[in-house]
Design a protein around this ligand. Structure first.
Ligand code: FMN
Length: 244
């Protein structure tokens, strides 16, 4: 299978394998660490309401989950958005200097940052926001309607801006890789998957459908969010909207 073996992904997996022979002799670059949180100083803050205390049956949520690409015109309310964000990346406990969250994360480093572009959320303006999990608030980055830019950046997938909100996950590579080096990228992407599934299932419990988005022009999304694409870059997106 020479084609497979020529792929960067295959080579990355081979080169980042741990074995009993290499575990103590792996060569790794020294990567300086960085802070555990990103904060938009001086931005307008929007407090999020308490997340809804859901009492739902997990098996039926798993059973009902499908990806949705058509949505109802009804707005998502701020309480529902708060619940999705909290389920995906909210903080439950501060202990031994770590902010433990609702998802597992390699080394409790939480290298993912969460942004959102709102299209139809009842009490907030259209715009781009950053979720600051420590205080469970949104920080306003830019006001405006970014549906055209987002659709173009998502390879023309028009439905990405037809729901209530798109949640965008970026990775702050250094936050994880200062500890895990080459292998860290595996963990970063796994972390994103945990976050996504919590958000998707909690959305499902409130009749909010979703679709994961992996097809996008990375640097166009980065530019929209104001990310440099090197220290921090988009890795995954999730569209949410009320089910038809
Ligand atoms: C990592 C990942 C990336 C995806 N990217 C897209 C995408 O860009 N556009 C899209 O319409 N669906 C996307 N999907 C959704 C898949 O097409 C969908 O999950 C798959 O067809 C299975 O259907 P189901 O989710 O309804 O079970 C993606 C799913 C995953 C997990």
């Amino acid at each position: 299978m020479p084609g497979l073996k020529n792929s960067l992904g295959w080579q990355y997996i081979q080169k980042t394998k741990f074995s009993r022979h290499n575990i103590y002799s792996l060569k790794r670059p020294m990567i300086a660490p960085c802070g555990v949180f990103k904060i938009y100083q001086n931005s307008e803050m929007i407090s999020l309401p308490e997340p809804i205390k859901l009492n739902v049956e997990l098996c039926s949520l798993i059973n009902n989950r499908r990806s949705h690409r058509e949505f109802n015109k009804q707005a998502i309310n701020l309480e529902e958005l708060s619940t999705i964000l909290w389920a995906g990346y909210g903080i439950r406990e501060k202990k031994m200097g770590f902010y433990f969250r609702n998802v597992p994360s390699a080394g409790a480093l939480y290298p993912i940052e969460i942004y959102l572009i709102s299209f139809n959320i009842d009490t907030i303006e259209r715009g781009i926001y950053h979720y600051f999990p420590r205080d469970h608030v949104l920080e306003l980055i830019k006001r405006g309607d970014f549906s055209k830019e987002l659709t173009q950046a998502s390879l023309g997938q028009g439905f990405v801006s037809k729901g209530g909100v798109i949640i965008i996950m970026s990775a702050v590579f250094r936050r994880n890789m200062a500890k895990y080096s080459h292998r860290g990228l595996r963990y970063i992407l796994l972390d994103a998957g945990h976050i996504a599934q919590n958000m998707i299932l909690v959305g499902e419990s409130m009749s909010i459908g979703s679709c994961p988005i992996g097809a996008f022009f990375d640097d166009e999304v980065n530019q929209l969010l104001g990310l440099d694409g090197e220290e921090e870059s988009v890795v995954y997106m999730l569209v949410f909207g009320k089910k038809v």
